[in-house]
Design a protein around this ligand. Structure first.
Ligand SMILES: [Zn+2]
Length: 443
């Protein structure tokens, strides 16, 4: 909540949504110019107004007011004071300074997100240490310091609470809560385009650790033919997903690109003639399809959701992870009864997947009938194409690597076999990566 209850009631305004570039405020009728100017100065962003019915507005104001906290109410008193001044058409300049007390945090968060995206980061890590607040980016799977302008750190230690509060507001969380872990997500419209951000805060002895996971929303997501699949794997995967029924299973540790691969496959076949439903934990990348997020406390587990989803007449089902016998059984049954099912399983190698499913209670003869495509995946860094040296260059931040590609292993169908090591060897021989990378990724 960004406004006090009295401010909302007096002006008939309620904050609805907020991202890096704009704020949406609900109202029964657009407010007068001084109030508009005050809001823009307060948020430092364009403010859009969404028309609500008087009843809806009232309900939303009551709900927003009920969620206020003492700290926010304190801050709000000052803002309400300045809004009164604006009412009286007093000097807008002083109101603006008064109302923009968190402006540096807004700018810091914006520049942090813009910088991270420009550097190609997948995550931003802000840590609270005793005497510093190191900010690091995860680029191509490894953490590197976010140098800022190269001289001063991006974040002075004193700014951490304000930045944390700002991120919590964006993620719809309680900004005043610093003693409990919180997580949420928001969409940020940045210079380079829109991204989805998953935010997680964790209290530590020296403050709060913040992690932001960045998910691009644009067209820069990889197609199935851009993942680094060996021709034989690409051929089998392409053929399987064009069939009306069958099973494709993918294994590999967290962060090995499994979700990216499954989503690339789903985007390829999402042409409007098949109903696609995904069950994920959590939903990371957005698709133009029905995506469902598991919620264990609410009883929405993979197996219970899968059972219900089957009644929704789907053609294609994506199961985020098979980790219990019931989900394994339902997945196999769905694939045998005319659905295309894509799923991930927790095992290290494609050759272990069959055994894993049997451990989970799937009958071997069902697996024989399904003849699934079993894949394993890892990610390896690509050798920098600008320098092609171990010493590196500016382009690769002197690491010798830039960008990543998938390593794939495959079992079946029909007994066809390729190991991660086979693919690793081929990619080293082609000069795409190094033996060190293959070793790091596959052991
Ligand atoms: Zn280089």
């Amino acid at each position: 909540m960004k406004y006090t209850a009295s401010f909302m009631r007096r002006h008939g305004l309620v904050p609805l949504a907020e991202d890096a570039l704009a704020v949406t405020v609900g109202c029964a009728a657009p407010p007068a110019a001084p109030i508009r100017r005050l809001l823009e100065a307060h948020h430092l962003r364009p403010v859009r107004f969404a028309r609500l019915s008087p009843q809806d507005l009232l309900v939303r104001i009551q709900r927003a007011a009920a969620h206020g906290t003492e700290e926010e109410a304190d801050a709000g008193i000052r803002r309400a004071g300045s809004s009164r001044a604006a009412d009286a058409d007093a000097t807008d300049a002083t109101d603006a300074t008064d109302a923009t007390d968190d402006a540096p945090a807004v700018n810091l968060v914006n520049s942090l997100l813009n910088d991270a995206v420009a550097q190609g980061a997948s995550d931003i890590h802000v840590e609270a240490h005793r005497s510093a607040v190191p900010v690091r980016y995860r680029i191509d799977g490894r953490l590197v310091p976010a140098a800022g302008d190269g001289k001063r750190p991006l974040l002075a230690p004193g700014r951490l609470p304000a930045v944390s509060a700002r991120l919590k507001v964006l993620a719809g969380l309680n900004a005043a809560e610093r003693r409990r872990p919180q997580d949420g997500r928001f969409t940020a419209r940045l210079t380079a385009g829109a991204i989805d951000v998953r935010f997680s805060s964790m209290p530590t002895v020296d403050g709060e650790s913040l992690v932001l996971r960045l998910f691009p929303l644009g067209d820069d997501r990889l197609g199935l033919d851009e993942l680094g699949m060996p021709q034989v794997v690409y051929g089998q995967v392409s053929a399987r997903i064009e069939r009306s029924a069958g099973l494709l299973l993918l294994c590999g540790p967290t962060g090995s690109g499994k979700t990216t691969t499954l989503h690339s496959a789903l985007r390829r076949i999402n042409r409007g003639d098949r109903k696609i439903i995904t069950i994920e934990d959590p939903v990371e990348y957005r698709l133009d399809a029905e995506q469902i997020q598991t919620n264990e406390p609410a009883g929405l587990t993979f197996d219970s959701l899968l059972r219900r989803v089957l009644r929704q007449d789907p053609d294609v089902i994506m199961v985020g992870e098979i980790r219990d016998p019931e989900t394994a059984r339902l997945t196999a049954r769905a694939a045998l009864t005319g659905h295309l099912v894509l799923a991930t399983v927790h095992s290290r190698r494609a050759s272990d997947v069959r055994g894993r499913l049997i451990d989970l209670g799937v009958e071997p003869r069902l697996l024989d009938r399904l003849d699934p495509v079993l894949l394993s995946q890892r990610l390896v860094r690509l050798r920098c194409r600008s320098c092609k040296t171990a010493r590196g260059c500016r382009e690769c931040r002197f690491t010798g690597y830039r960008g990543r590609t998938g390593l794939f292993g495959m079992e079946g169908p029909g007994g066809e076999r390729l190991t991660l090591a086979d693919d690793g060897r081929a990619k080293c021989e082609a000069g795409l990566t190094t033996e060190e990378e293959v070793l790091w990724a596959t052991t």
